[in-house]
Ligand binder design. Structure first.
Ligand SMILES: Nc1ncnc2c1ncn2[C@@H]1O[C@H](COP(=O)(O)OP(=O)(O)OP(=O)(O)O)[C@@H](O)[C@H]1O
Length: 939
């Protein structure tokens, strides 16, 4: 299909170029302002018309035309000429109405037929073809439309040219006829004048004869003379009648001339108006054309169309370029096509308008020509009649002249004989004078008419000049249009050439690439062969290598097994040594802890704060001995009492110093012991400060213990894996200290446990795998802990806070777990013991204070029972003691931090706390015991 359309484009282009070149060669040449065709141009036009007429069987018309053109030079025009002219016009009209048979028209007919054929195809095929070839078809349709319009314009121009030629011939014929009529009329007038002159001469001669013979009377006139006179008078009367009739005819001619002049003026006006309208339309069209060119870029679209056609040509040359061309065609903007279609439509409508106006003009011209012919015919008829009459008059005058001697004789006899004859002569003379006067007046009128006719002819000539000027203007505009079309064509050719060059270059480039690739391919082929050979050799090597590899692996395995057995033997010794070392470390640690005591009581003296100094009784009653770290002296009621405890921290002691005393318990917990660290003391003495500290600023025991626990996870080469389970809860309230959200990223699992005792529940079990999640849980617990302001403490804790951490350790060497019941670390921040009257608690607060004191009393009872080594330890007396039974019982390790206030006003509570601490000091928990599962078999 593409090849077919490219062929079509080529044919179009060739035809178009041929027509253009023929037009350029046979372009109109202006001669004296009138556009005429050169012989070549006439030849080309006549060739076309000749061929057309030959087809129509109108060859005689051309001969007649030629005959008419040849006879145009003749001075006289016969009726046959006019007849031939009318026939010629009919033939020409027929020729114009006939269909054009130029090569371009034939091609357009062929295209129409092909379109019809294509329309007759099935809708499916047509849609598929249209969908596939729309850009090319669009371009082709534009080209065809353009060519159609161009051929139509050419036909119109030819028809206009023919009309102009006909008009010129008719005008020339009309002028010739007018000249002949004028000459004939003048001749007739001259003849009449001569006849009259001869008559006057005869009359004068008769008068002279009458004067020379006065004696002769009318009686002397013979009857023959009388008859002659009678005939003369009658002839004179006829002449008079003829003159009157001629006068009437002249008047009618004058009226006709006037009417014709009016008609001519009217037609000229109409014609001028039409010319003006046409000029205006041409101007509008030109403006619109320029506007379209500037706005829509018609030239670009045409360039693109020609570029596409060039691409299409290149398709024939290279099959590989087809796909690229299709893509370029698909990339064509639809706007240019629509603009071209619109422009084509507008051009068509304009051409139709011009056609209709041309048809109107042709009709008007035909009407004018018919009128002119009628007028000419009438004039001719009139001239004929007048000539006939002149001839008759001439004949009569000749007759009269031939009768001259008789009249002379009669006149003499009349003059001699008849006075009546003299009277008649006088009358006749008078009449003759009168007729002469009338003739002169008629002559004057005729001259006036002639002048008017000349004026009208001048006007008509000027009008014709104008028409000629307009025609020349139209021709010039047409020439400009043709030159512009030529320029456009040149541009198109330039664009086509550029596109062809570009495509040629591209093709050349592709060819070069292709040749380069081919050379590279040819160069690569030996390399490929060598690579293939290498590959095959490698493949065979690989095949042989797999066997070699299997043998090597089995050999290596054997070597590795032997090495592993050797290393494992060596490692066994090392592991044994390590275990011994660990056991030794634990033993020594245990011995150290036991030496220190499984239950240790530490005392921390709160420093005197600024706010404490503002109240009464701010004097300190507690003193410490720098040389004795285990003694604290309290002055009460004028007496000093020394309490011996395991360790007494001075008021300046830091959190770190306190933790150093607690730290061994962390190691014990890791080793699988149950340990308990709790703070005891009156309200506001600093228990929470010691256990929790000030978050992020001065961390307390909680954070440090947790850090210590997690530091074991990062010990390099550790043989243990630890898991930390946290039970943040409260001993007093069943409300959870920490409500752990499900989406907390640091929690892996949340387990619910069943009731353990009464209404105390361990609601949640959190598995912490990093320190930050531990700290988070602590922060949540701190946030949820209930605190109220009392007289003793602004942020007094109203419940015991327990943080239970269970630790499981697995020995990687033998898989032994530290215990089935893992090591447990209880961190307890007890609620402050207080004197109710002192704290000023009431209502709910009073109940809380009572509960707190009750639980602390139960703790004291448990401590008392342990001290007395009773068989029954009342752990179940309170929730607090129940929760702490794992850590307070036998085989456990406990650290109690007694917080005391150094102020005088708290001396009673300080004494109570220290007495309780001393009681605890005397408790023996017995040797601590580890809970270690038997090791499983090592894998
Ligand atoms: N060693 C210390 N150094 C500085 N400030 C301290 C120290 N100990 C306690 N405090 C301050 O004393 C105030 C009371 O302490 P804290 O709340 O810890 O007492 P408490 O024993 O927990 O009271 P309660 O039993 O009523 O909860 C706090 O403002 C705390 O910062």
């Amino acid at each position: 299909m593409y090849a077919f359309y490219s062929l079509l484009v080529y044919i179009f282009y060739t035809l178009f170029k041929k027509e253009e070149t023929s037009q350029e060669e046979a372009g109109p040449v202006l001669q004296g302002g009138v556009p005429t065709q050169t012989p070549q141009a006439a030849g080309s036009v006549s060739m076309e018309t000749r061929s057309r007429r030959r087809k129509d069987g109108a060859a005689p018309c051309l001969q007649k035309e030629r005959g008419a053109s040849l006879t145009d030079s003749d001075s006289s025009i016969s009726e046959s000429d006019s007849l031939s002219l009318s026939e010629e016009e009919e033939c020409c009209d027929e020729g114009f109405e006939g269909s054009a048979t130029s090569p371009l028209d034939a091609f357009l007919c062929f295209r129409r037929e092909s379109e019809e054929r294509r329309d007759s195809q099935t809708q499916h095929e047509r849609s598929s073809i249209t969908a596939g070839e729309s850009p090319l078809l669009t371009v082709m349709s534009h080209l065809l439309n353009f060519l159609e319009q161009y051929s139509h314009m050419q036909r119109l121009q030819e028809r206009a040219e023919q009309h102009r030629l006909q008009l010129r011939r008719h005008r020339a014929r009309h002028r010739r006829r007018l000249r002949a009529l004028r000459a004939a009329y003048r001749q007739r007038l001259r003849d009449q004048g001569s006849v009259i002159g001869s008559l006057e001469g005869a009359i004068a001669e008769q008068q002279r004869e009458c004067v020379s013979a006065p004696c002769s009377g009318p009686a002397m006139l013979s009857p023959r003379a009388q008859d002659g006179l009678h005939q003369l008078v009658q002839s004179l009367r006829r002449l008079q009648g003829e003159r009157s009739s001629l006068q009437g005819e002249l008047q009618s001619l004058q009226r006709q001339l006037e009417q014709r002049e009016k008609d001519r003026q009217h037609i000229a006006k109409d014609f001028q108006q039409e010319i003006e309208d046409l000029k205006q339309r041409i101007e509008e069209r030109e403006e619109e054309l320029t506007r379209l060119r500037t706005e829509t870029g018609v030239t670009d679209s045409e360039k693109r169309a020609l570029y596409l056609s060039a691409e299409n040509e290149s398709l024939k040359q290279s099959l590989s370029m087809t796909q690229g061309l299709l893509q370029q065609l698909s990339l064509l903007p639809a706007q240019s096509s629509t603009a071209l279609i619109k422009e084509n439509e507008s051009l068509r409508s304009r051409v139709q308008q011009l056609e209709s106006s041309l048809q109107l003009r042709a009709e008007q011209l035909a009407h004018l020509e018919r009128e002119a012919e009628q007028t000419e015919w009438r004039r001719k008829e009139e001239l004929h009649r007048r000539e006939d009459r002149v001839r008759e008059l001439q004949l009569e005058l000749d007759k009269e002249r031939s009768r001259g001697p008789k009249i002379k004789y009669v006149t003499q006899t009349v003059e001699v004989d008849s006075p009546g004859t003299l009277r008649l002569l006088a009358e006749t003379r008078e009449r003759n004078e009168h007729l002469t006067e009338k003739l002169s007046s008629q002559n004057e009128k005729y001259r006036e008419l002639e002048g008017q006719l000349r004026d009208s002819e001048e006007i008509s000539a000027s009008l014709q000049k104008k028409i000629v000027a307009y025609e020349s203007e139209i021709g010039r505009l047409g020439q400009q249009l043709l030159t512009e079309i030529g320029h456009l064509e040149a541009r198109k050719e330039e664009a086509v050439r550029e596109a062809a060059e570009c495509s040629e270059q591209h093709l050349q480039h592709l060819r070069e690439q292709f040749t380069g690739l081919q050379s590279r391919l040819s160069a690569l082929q030996p390399a490929l062969r060598t690579v293939k050979a290498n590959y095959s050799s490698l493949r065979s090597q690989v095949r042989s290598f797999s066997d070699f590899y299997g043998a090597a692996i089995s050999e290596a395995k054997k070597q590795l097994c032997s090495a592993i057995t050797e290393v494992s033997e060596a490692n066994k010794d090392i592991l044994e040594k390590y275990r011994k070392e660990v056991a030794l470390r634990r033993k020594y640690h245990e011995q150290l802890v036991e030496l220190k005591g499984n239950i240790r009581v530490l005392c921390r003296v709160k420093p005197v704060l600024v706010e404490d100094q503002q109240e009464e009784g701010q004097t300190t009653v507690v003193t410490t001995d720098p040389n004795n770290e285990s003694a604290v002296i309290v002055r009460s009621k004028g007496r000093e009492r020394t309490f011996e405890l395991d360790k007494v921290f001075q008021p300046q002691a830091t959190q770190d110093e306190v933790f150093q005393e607690i730290e061994p318990l962390v190691t014990s917990c890791i080793d699988g012991y149950n340990v308990c660290i709790f703070a005891y003391g009156q309200t506001g003495s600093g228990k929470t400060y010691t256990m929790e500290g000030i978050p992020l600023q001065i961390p307390g025991a909680h954070s440090r213990v947790v850090k210590g626990l997690f530091s074991f996870l990062t010990v390099p080469g550790s043989w243990f894996v630890y898991g930390f389970f946290v039970f943040p809860t409260t001993s007093y309230s069943p409300v959870l200290l920490v409500k752990i959200p499900n989406d907390t990223h640091s929690m892996n699992t949340i387990l619910l446990q069943s009731d353990l005792i009464d209404r105390i529940k361990l609601h949640s079990l959190c598995v912490c795998q990093c320190c930050s999640s531990f700290v988070q849980i602590l922060a949540l617990g701190r946030k949820n802990r209930i605190t109220y302001s009392t007289k003793m403490n602004q942020h007094s804790s109203r419940s015991h806070a327990l943080l239970t951490v269970t630790v499981t350790g697995t020995d990687l060497a033998n898989g032994a777990k530290t215990t089935e019941c893992p090591g447990k670390l209880n961190l307890v921040d007890l609620a402050g013991s207080e004197r109710v009257w002192k704290s000023g608690a009431e209502g709910e607060r009073l109940k809380e204070a009572q509960n707190i004191n009750r639980s602390l009393l139960a703790l004291g009872d448990v401590i008392q029972a342990l001290r007395g080594k009773q068989t029954h330890i009342p752990f179940r007396n309170s929730r607090l003691t129940y929760l702490l039974q794992d850590s307070l019982g036998k085989g456990n390790k406990t650290v109690m931090v007694v917080q005391i206030s150094p102020l005088e006003r708290n001396v009673e509570e300080t004494m109570c706390s220290l007495k309780f601490a001393q009681r605890v000091c005397k408790v023996e928990l017995g040797p601590a015991s580890r809970k270690i599962e038997p090791a499983g078999h090592c894998e």
